[in-house]
Design a protein around this ligand. Structure first.
Ligand code: CU
Length: 146
């Protein structure tokens, strides 16, 4: 036991300093959430550069897909399969708008802000969305401006 404690202590001292671990945030894909029917929950997430977001198909029949042109310049669009989880790593700072393809018209959208960078806010605000999606995005953008 004493040997084990010494070995453990030595291992801890010998361990090199690790870089700050990347964080992960879960977003649930829901038929009914706090914001109403067909929703990403939460629908506004802020993460650091290099962090991950996992889109969890808590309810089936949903996916996640970048809304065309609603991501920072230089970032790659991404798309998950229906009813499958997707973990995405965000390396380019800025605002990303995602939708669920089957329920985009019902307002199933979410916003991910990476690195507290709002420099493409006007660009994503200028995009066109179905009415219910636009209503939810307007609410999220208003929260962002606070
Ligand atoms: Cu959906």
């Amino acid at each position: 036991m004493k040997f084990l404690a010494i070995a453990l202590a030595t291992a801890l001292i010998a361990a090199p300093a690790l870089p700050a671990a990347a964080a992960n945030v879960d977003i649930q894909l829901l038929n009914k959430g706090e914001a109403g029917a067909m929703t990403f929950q939460p629908d506004l997430v802020k993460v650091g550069v290099g962090d991950t977001v996992t889109f969890q198909p808590t309810d089936k029949g949903h996916n996640v897909d970048i809304v065309a042109n609603m991501l920072p310049a230089g970032a790659q669009p991404f798309k998950g399969d229906n009813s499958r989880p997707l973990t995405e790593t965000f390396t380019v700072p800025g605002i990303y708008v995602v939708k669920c393809d089957p329920h985009y018209g019902m307002g199933m959208v979410a916003v991910i802000v990476v690195g507290d960078d709002l420099s493409n806010l006007e660009a994503v605000k200028a995009g066109k969305n179905p009415k219910l999606a636009q209503q939810r995005l307007d609410t999220i953008f208003a929260d962002l401006a606070k």
